[in-house]
Design a protein around this ligand. Structure first.
Ligand SMILES: *Cc1c(COP(=O)(O)O)cnc(C)c1O
Length: 384
């Protein structure tokens, strides 16, 4: 078998979920599992959290249906609501909580509820408190809420918003968003659901009734370096995905020789090059710069030359013991306990950890580990 595997540590996932709960003990925490649980495998992650999380959140009904098919029974929040009225019958009858962010959604839902007099639904009314992506203007919320509250088919209305800059240290936009949404919440006396991971971790007056941690569940510290809590949070979260492969070939090159496509790297000294079975066809970012770190049997080495579709090349000159078969950790925690954070790799690729994790492609088998299971289970099925 090709040695590239994404090992998924479900104990770490549970640990990180409990960290989110510890941050917001008064709130309930819905586990955000959209985009195939940020690339980790939504079904396995949902099952691993099913006894802890009172609700789960996904982007759309199709992602929710995939969880229902795995036997997930808790409320499933649709973070973008629905895209067509044809989704409504299933939303109303299937235990989904829809976000409502535009007028046509409100009208379509209230209309469709008349066909289901024995069903009541919970909705999240989304306020655009300043990010200017989805949501109603703050001054539209009161009327909408009155209509929803008056409707017999609405079980519960939560007030929702999303923050643009909760990851950055004290900043004016976050203050403005908090003022807007907290004023509205108090005035309308609605349960609030505002906090993504960075707000869950660092913004006490954003937590309220429900929090929506996503990336922190997967062990990524979402706070910017410079944030007072940054180092502390780094210690409290555990990486969930370890992307691991092996060296499949080694070359000894004299100085002055090119490596790989475009000859981007030319050796400046006699160089030992290791070829690793992992490339952009697996989701590894082709933007990785010269020197992007990997761990080879737990020790750091740097990428030399462009990432290709199925392979990448690393400079092993300082690691004479590395050879064909040596274990290569692209990110995560290797068997010796050495770690390389996906956030650090992301910096070298001019991106963020979110894109690297969600970018791991279906061709990479996920291998799930959980301490109470007698064996790790292998799940190599193509994932959505
Ligand atoms: C993705 C998402 C989240 C989770 O965000 P993280 O930064 O990953 O914690 C929360 N709320 C909404 C609306 C989202 O789309």
């Amino acid at each position: 078998m090709r040695p590239l595997t994404a090992h998924i540590d479900l104990d770490a996932l549970r640990h990180n979920y409990l960290q989110a709960r510890r941050c917001a003990p008064e709130a309930r925490a819905m586990a955000v599992l959209k985009a195939n649980a940020y690339g980790h495998g939504a079904a396995a992650c949902a099952r691993a959290l099913s006894d802890l999380a009172p609700a789960m959140a996904v982007a759309c009904l199709e992602e929710g249906q995939a969880l229902r098919e795995e036997g997930i029974e808790c409320p499933i929040v649709l973070l973008e609501g629905f895209f067509e009225s044809s989704e409504l019958d299933e939303i109303i009858t299937g235990g989904y909580w829809s976000v409502l962010h535009t007028h046509w959604q409100v009208e379509a839902l209230l209309e469709r509820l008349t066909y289901w007099p024995q069903h009541r639904v919970t909705v999240l009314i989304k306020c655009d408190s300043g990010m200017h992506r989805l949501g109603f203007a703050p001054d539209e919320i009161q009327n909408l809420c009155q209509r929803l509250r008056a409707h017999a088919g609405i079980e519960q209305t939560l007030l929702m918003t999303h923050f643009a800059t909760a990851d950055a240290p004290d900043n004016a936009l976050l203050t403005r968003q908090l003022d807007t949404i907290n004023t509205l919440r108090t005035r309308l006396d609605l349960p609030g659901c505002f906090a993504n991971s960075p707000a869950t971790l660092s913004v006490p007056n954003a937590r309220h009734d429900w929090v929506r941690p996503g990336v922190m569940l997967y062990g990524v510290n979402p706070l910017e370096p410079g944030h007072v809590l940054h180092d502390d949070i780094d210690r409290r979260l555990q990486p969930v995905m370890t992307l691991e492969s092996r060296i499949i070939a080694v070359r000894e090159l004299p100085a002055g020789e090119p490596i790989g496509y475009g000859a981007r790297h030319v050796t400046r000294r006699p160089t030992r090059v290791g070829v690793v079975a992992c490339g952009y066809g697996d989701g590894y970012d082709r933007h990785a710069r010269e020197g992007t770190p990997v761990l080879v049997d737990g020790r750091r080495a740097g990428i030399a030359g462009r990432v290709s579709m199925d392979m990448l090349t690393v400079d092993l000159t300082e690691l004479p013991e590395a050879d064909i078969g040596s274990r290569v950790t692209l990110w995560g925690r290797d068997v010796s306990g050495a770690t390389l954070s996906v956030s650090e790799v992301a910096l070298w690729c001019d991106t963020i950890a979110y894109t690297l994790l969600t970018g791991v492609l279906p061709r990479v088998p996920r291998c799930y580990h959980r301490s109470d299971a007698s064996n790790a289970s292998m799940d190599a099925r193509a994932l959505p």
